[in-house]
Write a protein that binds this ligand. Structure first.
Ligand SMILES: *Cc1c(COP(=O)(O)O)cnc(C)c1O
Length: 431
């Protein structure tokens, strides 16, 4: 499969080139040239397939034969070494738990998949690629863990100083080996700007191969469709319209669900559940897309002012505003509402959600007011212990630290402080 740039001003790229580059030379996001729906017979009998087979069938058209089928199966089985259970919260609302991986966030799936693809491409050469990743909290940890020790890859993570949780910071800054953490004096948007500038900086790109591991990279974005399919497998027998509520920041996760829908999975609707960073909700109300600087919230992995994957979502709807509005509803919720939801979920079902999942739950609630027949599923994108301060302030229960978290908490932080782009550049040139 080849990929073109959504800015339409760059050469067509192979899967390998698109993965290595991240962003196309014209700064556009890569997008597959074709999306071929899967056989109806496969969708009808999905419950007979293992998760790994479902993942393989859904993604192979985008990757094979560039990566041979045998190797792709290997990559998938290593990526999916944990479970994706759907848990019922209340009538009409379930959650899809995406936090059973090594860093306890959904990004483990995309990061592990992408790392293994790069590892595959590097196995017979001496090429070195530097992965730059700006993180609002979770991406960095998942990427660091996914790429740890991968041949020919070094990872530089930029995170906003003082704006990620304690657990997240430990996950970013304690791995060592080929992983370096940069603590940036600024917001997530500042981190993202530094990364974007680096890709355009000839002084850097002439000296080193740079790529990104944010969801702009197709090898991170596309595998995120897998768990929507696993949820479908678990819910199909209910025979109800399936609606996903996705706690959204850069809109990569929800966009992957929409890719699955293009493959023929009968998803009825999507809900983008946002915190105060609500550019898409405003877009639907006003017909004008006007990004704003990001606002800090208690669901910090979604503090994104200008979601990078929104152009892909528009493309998946043929750039048709009405078609998009029919398939996607966007809501935004305050921190106060989020805390109330954490508490309400706990009181109602004993379930402890994290702040992002709680925003997703609120999306389900709002949507079901008008669509009571919908079977809604919110994605529980991270484990509550990653946001312990927020959750324990609301829930009258001590949350036991899972072993993955316990192990990093005890390690020593190691990060390099950078104030601005020029300090960052100096660091990278001497790296
Ligand atoms: C990254 C992240 C999100 C947002 O996902 P996008 O793909 O950027 O929309 C939501 N919740 C958590 C916990 C995250 O880490």
């Amino acid at each position: 499969m080849n990929y073109f740039s959504l800015n339409n001003n760059a050469p067509i790229a192979t899967f390998e080139t698109a993965v290595r580059k991240g962003l196309a030379p014209d700064k556009g996001l890569y997008f597959p040239e074709h999306i071929e729906p899967l056989e109806a017979s496969f969708l009808d009998s999905i419950e007979n397939y293992s998760d790994a087979e479902i993942a393989f069938q859904s993604i192979k058209q985008f990757i094979c034969p560039e990566i041979p089928e045998y190797d792709l199966k290997q990559i998938i089985s290593e990526t999916l070494s944990f479970d994706f259970p759907v848990v019922e919260i209340e009538e009409g609302i379930s959650t899809l738990e995406l936090f059973h991986g090594p860093t306890m966030a959904f990004k483990d799936v995309g990061a592990r998949f992408m790392a293994r693809c790069l590892g595959y491409f590097n196995k017979d050469n001496n090429e070195e690629v530097t992965v730059l990743v700006a993180t609002s909290g979770d991406t960095g940890g998942a990427v660091a863990s996914g790429f740890l020790g991968v041949k020919g890859v070094r990872v530089v993570i930029l995170y906003p100083s003082g704006k990620v949780s304690h657990v997240q910071e430990k996950q970013l800054t304690t791995l060592g080996q080929n992983i370096t953490a940069l603590e940036v004096d600024g917001t997530f948007d500042d981190c993202q700007d530094i990364v974007k500038r680096a890709f355009l900086d000839d002084d850097l790109t002439e000296k080193m191969a740079l790529t990104s591991a944010n969801s702009i990279n197709i090898a991170r974005w596309m595998p995120q469709m897998f768990y929507f399919l696993f949820a479908y497998k678990q819910l199909k027998s209910k025979n109800k319209p399936i609606v996903f509520s996705v706690p959204s920041g850069n809109f990569g996760n929800i966009c992957a669900g929409m890719l699955a829908q293009k493959l023929g999975f009968p998803f009825a609707h999507f809900i983008a559940s946002n915190n105060a960073n609500n550019v898409v909700e405003r877009y639907f109300k006003t017909n004008t897309y006007s990004p704003l600087p990001s606002i800090q919230t208690i669901s910090n992995a979604m503090d994104v002012g200008n979601p990078s994957n929104f152009v892909r979502i528009q493309k998946l709807h043929d750039n048709n505003f009405e078609a998009l509005k029919n398939n996607l509803t966007a809501y935004s919720f305050s921190d106060e509402q989020t805390k109330e939801a954490l508490s309400a979920i706990y009181k109602g079902s004993g379930y402890i959600a994290d702040p992002h999942g709680a925003v997703g739950y609120l999306g389900c609630k709002s949507y079901r007011e008008k669509n009571p027949a919908a079977q809604t599923i919110f994605l529980e994108t991270a484990h509550p212990t990653k946001f312990l301060d927020v959750v324990e302030a609301v829930i009258p229960e001590k949350i036991a630290l899972p072993p993955q978290i316990q192990a990093v908490i005890e390690k020593e932080k190691s990060a390099i402080y950078v104030e601005d782009y020029s300090q960052f550049k100096t660091f990278l040139l001497n790296f």
